[in-house]
Write a protein that binds this ligand. Structure first.
Ligand code: MLT
Length: 408
């Protein structure tokens, strides 16, 4: 008899974004003439920039010629991309990362979901609340939690509330935890962590032999000079942190797929007898067993970002998205909403008015303004009463969305 992994049965309904998609499709079916503006899932809308496209076209042509054809590439990624990452993402910020600490992948959703499998099942996991649901759901699947309570919180997980009351800055846990997921700039609240905040977490992890899983998928949207882009800007972080980076939002690769994970050589995890094991070697073993490398074309495209021209072109697109965020912040404030985020991150996080729940506001915006956002409660119990709008769209559509919302 084939049995099922019953941990999967503990998962709440559907994954958040397919559930939103289902509701939007049902609405569109019933209202075929409605012009729906999507500010829900953080999916980019601008085309790839010319220098990245050109590089990718050339890479496709490489596949047409026996001399330049590429079959299986190195599982950990081509050195032309890894060397560019080391140089431009880390060395340029004073961080020393070696090429064999970087593992190129097909994106951060997979990396943040997969990483937990190399760590013991008994580890206690801490997540900020609200949180990107992948961190929670993959630990549920792995059996690190009990069942979910009515508010959606899983037994055994440690939730660190992030609300307006604590300025969206989680307190250190008051119980002992082993794996801590942090995402900065934050999805969904759009808020950031200062060096002091990150230092507090690095110190905690070093004192408690814990691990920080640091998702920096949105670092390219940081505009304030004093906000760290990488957790490795904090002394000692290489001993206790894995970092995730994604090309999805930065260079518009949500459809192309490419990202990477940094697993420092200094990072150790422990066997039950207390002896230390090098995490980099274990991840390398896992990665090269289960993954055959990101596609050559996507890696060539990602590497083109690191040319001067690539950076300039991408910056223009990021500025365009962030102009949308600024516009939304101003408009929503004028409408009397309390608004957070949206300055160093492409997400605007607002408090619902008049005690509405997140899903009530979702329905109101969809039904009456034909605007799609993401209900804050979909990211966790502490997201209840909040709502997320994504800046990924064009300014004309964002203006139209704000005008419609203002009329409600
Ligand atoms: C989001 O909207 O939160 C993200 O686009 C989801 C993701 O990156 O998987």
């Amino acid at each position: 008899m084939i049995t099922i992994n019953e941990n999967f049965l503990k998962l709440q309904a559907g994954y958040l974004f397919p559930e939103i998609g289902r509701r939007v499709s049902a609405f569109a079916k019933d209202n075929p003439s409605a012009d729906i503006i999507k500010l829900g899932i953080g999916d980019v809308t601008e085309p790839l920039v010319p220098s990245i496209l050109e590089a990718m076209h050339k890479a496709v042509d490489d596949q047409a010629n026996a001399d330049t054809f590429k079959g299986y590439g190195p599982e950990r990624g081509y050195s032309f991309l890894i060397d560019a990452i080391v140089e431009h993402e880390f060395k340029a910020r004073g961080v020393d990362i070696s090429p064999d600490e970087v593992f190129v992948s097909d994106g951060s959703k997979c990396d943040t979901g997969n990483v937990q499998e190399i760590f013991g099942r008994d580890n206690v996991v801490a997540v900020t609340d609200p949180v990107y649901p992948v961190y929670v759901d993959t630990n549920v699947m792995a059996g690190r939690t009990g069942d979910a309570a009515k508010d959606g919180r899983y037994e055994g997980l440690v939730y660190l509330p992030c609300t307006a009351e604590n300025d969206f800055t989680p307190d250190l846990p008051d119980t002992s935890v082993d794996m801590i997921y942090l995402c900065y700039p934050n999805n969904p609240t759009g808020t950031v962590a200062t060096k002091e905040t990150l230092k507090k977490w690095v110190d905690y992890a070093r004192e408690n032999r814990a691990l920080i899983l640091f998702d920096a998928a949105y670092e390219a949207f940081i505009s304030d000079d004093d906000i760290p882009h990488s957790i490795y800007e904090i002394d000692g972080a290489k001993e206790v942190a894995i970092e995730f980076r994604s090309y999805s939002k930065v260079i518009g690769f949500t459809g192309v797929r490419c990202g990477y994970i940094v697993v420092p050589k200094e990072l150790k995890a422990y066997k039950s007898d207390g002896s230390a094991v090098e995490v980099n070697a274990i991840w390398n073993r896992r990665h090269s067993t289960k993954f055959n490398g990101a596609s050559y074309v996507s890696q060539v495209g990602a590497a083109a970002y690191y040319t001067g021209q690539g950076r300039l072109e991408v910056k223009k697109v990021i500025d365009l998205y962030m102009a949308n965020a600024s516009y939304m912040i101003e408009s929503l404030k004028e409408m009397g909403y309390e608004v957070y985020g949206g300055v160093n991150a492409p997400y605007v996080w607002l408090k619902t008015k008049d005690g509405m729940t997140s899903w009530e506001l979702f329905d109101k915006f969809l039904n009456e303004a034909h605007v799609v956002g993401t209900p804050g409660s979909g990211f966790g119990a502490s997201g209840e009463g909040y709502f997320r709008l994504s800046a990924f769209n064009n300014l004309a559509r964002v203006k139209e969305a704000m005008e419609r919302i203002a009329k409600l």
